[in-house]
Structure formats: structure tokens, C-alpha cells
Design a protein around this ligand. Sequence first.
Ligand code: GRF
Length: 201
Amino acid sequence: ARLVVLVSGSGTNLQALLDAVHDDPDGFGAEIVAVGADRDGIAGLDRARSAGLPTFVRKVKDYATREEWDRALAEATAAYEPDLVVSAGFMKIVGKTFLDRFGGRFVNTHPALLPSFPGAHGVRDALAYGAKVTGCTVHFVDDGVDTGPIIAQSAVDVRDEDDEAALHERIKEIERQLLVDVVGRLARNGYRIEGRKVVIP
Ligand code: GRF
């Protein structure tokens, strides 16, 4: 399967996918064909370039409307003919054009146990709430924010001494493993989305 991965930051989830493909190019069942971002100057793009991958950047501020940005992102992504698009720390909400094109084959990873703590600060929100257990969720993207059908989740204990950074790092250790496992299974086995249920044979 052909993957396009979208990033906005350090790209450690991207790196986990790159390593999985590199360690088992035939067995993993997917290859990353391009990496896209909504901004320049991030480690995620450096990781892609180090791996010899093509990259593209589409910044919201370069377009007159959000819809034009969304269309540009969809077209840049479509140019690589992906089977699956993976949001790995991509911090923009895509719109109708992107979802019309890639809905049902667009996966996101979120650092909380959805439906708890959706949005851009899931780790901070769980900590502030006093949650004792949080974790990460890999799900298909729908037209809501972090509301699409859940594929897999992993739990992570919250420690009394945790601050946001420490908790997020501990979550990301687990999140990277979950994302690699899920993307590999989707790519190798195929899948069906039945309402809110995701079936991977
Ligand atoms: C991940 O925890 C992701 O779930 C969240 O931001 C983090 C991105 O980390 N949206 P990285 O860029 O993959 O290192």
C-alpha cells in the first residue's frame, strides 16, 4: 500500500513508520511515498528528506480561503496516489474537499482515549481533569474533530508527578507502537468500516 503521511511537528510517529518500512520492506505491507506538512522548518520534514522522500508544504496563510488551502492539500496529496493517508501529528482540520477525496482511507492518531479529550490539547486536558488513565487512539478521520470510527486504543497511566511534557512523551512511546501496528494491519489485511465499527479481517 502507498502511504502519504502528514506532519506538523517533530515527526516521531512518522519516524516510527519509516523505521517499520525500513526494517521489513516486504513484510510491513506499505511504503511511504511522500510526506506533507502545513508548515516549514519542522523536524518531521527533515526526517522525510533524510529518508529520501518527496515532501510538500501547504500553508493556510498562502491561500485566500480555507477551502482553497484544503483543495491544495488534497491535490498535493493526490499527486502521490496514496492508498492510505496518515495524519501523524498533523495539526490542521481538513475540509470537505479533502474528505471527499480521502475519507474512509484517512487515519489520525490522537494522544488521548477518545471520545475523551479531543482537540489540540488532549494531553493537557486529561492532566488538568485529573484523569488517572489516559492513552492514545488511532481512528479514521470524519467531518468532526477527532470523532471518526476508532480503530485501536492503548491506555497509559497518569503519574502524580507528571507534567504535560512527561505524560505526552510516555504516551508517544505507546502511540508510535500502536500507529505502526494499525497502519501495517490496514495495509496488509484491508478493512471495512461499518458505521462506527472498523473490521480488519
Ligand atoms: C502526537 O502525540 C500526536 O498524537 C499529536 O501530536 C504528537 C505528534 O508527535 N497530535 P510527532 O510529531 O509524531 O513526534
